[in-house]
Design a protein around this ligand. Structure first.
Ligand code: PXG
Length: 460
């Protein structure tokens, strides 16, 4: 247990200074300044405390990243030891270092055997920036420099830097200066909202076929890769039907388009498999990773390449003009090693698959299958979404579902639980170390928040 935290300044003082200096992510800064942000000061396992001593059960692993929860001394001591020994060096100009080598050996021992190489970054956004350049370089090396277009999905999320924003499918981000040439999008496989009369399987296949149509429209000779999250995270925790990924894979192979999985939130055990593409049963050519790689204790991301791509770049590519000052940072690499060893050696990923994952899904079904506000429960492992529905049989959604979900999130904070809202869905992705009793608390408090939301519109 960490030593108790003694607040240094009062909350209003922090809020005033925060308002004076910060533009926060994805919200109206003026409105936030009027309200004042919550000031988080301490974490232990799944618990967070704010500056006023309130405790919250974090149902979102921070931003889908604290696989091991808060307060892990093995991670902090790995960072300290590495800082003492070699706080910084890089992978430019003919150098390397033991920390990054140890990380790669460990990472590739956990990945399926057809991956061999990594380019490390500081974040998921950077991983996807590097992805675009690497995929284009691969096609150049193969004598097809015109293969440049990347296809993503509407409502997909791949980060907030320029090219990552463009790859993603958030239109409001594109409209705020976030688009570049040679990017196209197809629809997301969101059956509950857009499936109409089709069965989930028919709809999944229909959505996948949009990729084939888009490739034919653009010309297969111009398309470099297709990027998607195995399950869509920030866009609503949307699971595709089983028919989806096999069809996407067939299309990518048929038209010689690289299949790029964004594993930034699906990776490192979230679904009960080490990587989400293993849960969905397909074989991407590249994996973008971040977040759970270090349990969020220190920034680190990366792009994982299949042997086929790496072989072309290494054996035939000559100089690849890329590089980040902090690529493979020794301190980040040391933390990642400690994190991956804990996930493996403490049997955490296996427990998510065999025990805590099924337990969470069962609790959610008991609590919400017959709930008057919830039309669908999706999830696997320690990952779940609750879909609000105005009319369950017809899958009619509330016109103001966004506001309703935001309200539910606010009630959650009041009940002492952090869950996330997107459109009409409540999402949870707790730390992978969660015990059964912590999951009981998560579902109980979520139930209180959802019940209050139902009561607020006369549904309970
Ligand atoms: N890919 C995916 C699939 C992500 O979810 C990124 C890339 C970008 O990673 P960085 O490290 O550059 O942020 C993400 C990030 C949310 C939320 O509320 C999700 C993310 C970030 C912030 C909030 O769901 N995902």
């Amino acid at each position: 247990m960490n030593a108790p935290f003694i607040p240094q300044r009062n909350t209003q003082d922090y809020q005033k200074a925060d308002a004076a200096h910060h533009i926060h992510a994805f919200l109206d800064q003026k409105a936030l300044n009027a309200e004042g942000p919550r000031v988080m000061v301490r974490g232990e396992r799944l618990n967070l405390w704010d500056n006023d001593g309130n405790r919250y059960l974090d149902g979102m692993s921070g931003l889908w990243c604290t696989q091991l929860g808060y307060g892990r001394k093995d991670l902090t001591s790995a960072a300290a030891a590495q800082m003492d020994q070699l706080a910084y060096y890089n992978m430019f100009f003919h150098t390397t270092h033991p920390a990054v080598i140890e990380l790669s050996e460990l990472l590739f021992s956990l990945l399926p055997g057809h991956y061999s190489h990594a380019i490390y970054t500081n974040s998921g956004s950077e991983a996807n920036e590097v992805l675009i350049r690497t995929v284009r370089r691969y096609w150049q090396v193969l004598g097809k420099p015109q293969k440049k277009v990347m296809i993503g999905r509407w409502n997909g999320y791949h980060g907030s830097t320029l090219a990552a924003t463009a790859l993603g499918g958030m239109k409001f981000m594109h409209e705020m200066g976030g688009m570049i040439p040679d990017i196209a999008h197809i629809d997301e496989p969101y059956w509950y909202a857009n499936g109409g009369e089709l069965t989930p399987a028919e709809f999944g296949r229909r959505c996948a076929l949009q990729l084939e149509e888009k490739i034919l429209e653009l010309g297969a000779d111009n398309v470099a890769g297709f990027i998607a999250e195995p399950f869509q995270g920030a866009g609503g925790m949307i699971f595709p039907a089983e028919s989806y990924w096999p069809e996407i894979q067939r299309i990518c192979r048929q038209y010689n388009v690289l299949l790029c999985a964004d594993e930034v939130i699906g990776g490192f055990g979230r679904t009960g498999e080490w990587f989400a593409h293993q849960h969905f049963g397909f074989e991407p050519d590249t994996l973008s990773i971040a977040k759970g790689l270090t349990s969020g204790y220190i920034p680190m991301g990366g792009l994982v390449l299949s042997k086929r791509i790496a072989e072309a770049l290494v054996e035939r590519g000559g100089v690849f003009a890329h590089g980040l000052t902090y690529s493979g940072h020794p301190v980040a690499a040391a933390v990642a090693v400690a994190n991956l060893k804990a996930l493996r050696d403490e049997g955490i990923v296996r427990r998510v698959k065999d025990d805590t994952g099924p337990y969470l899904q069962q609790l959610l079904h008991e609590a919400f299958a017959a709930h008057p506000l919830i039309g669908e429960i999706q999830g696997t492992g320690l990952l779940a979404a609750l879909q609000f529905a105005e009319d369950k049989p017809t899958r009619k959604r509330f016109a103001h579902e966004n506001d309703l979900a935001w309200q539910c999130r606010t009630y959650g904070f009041e009940e002492g639980v952090i869950i996330r809202s997107t459109l009409g869905r409540m999402i949870m992705a707790p730390a992978l170390i969660a015990s059964r009793s912590e999951l009981d608390e998560l579902v109980e408090k979520t139930r209180l928040a959802v019940d209050r939301t139902a009561r607020s519109i006369g549904r309970l």
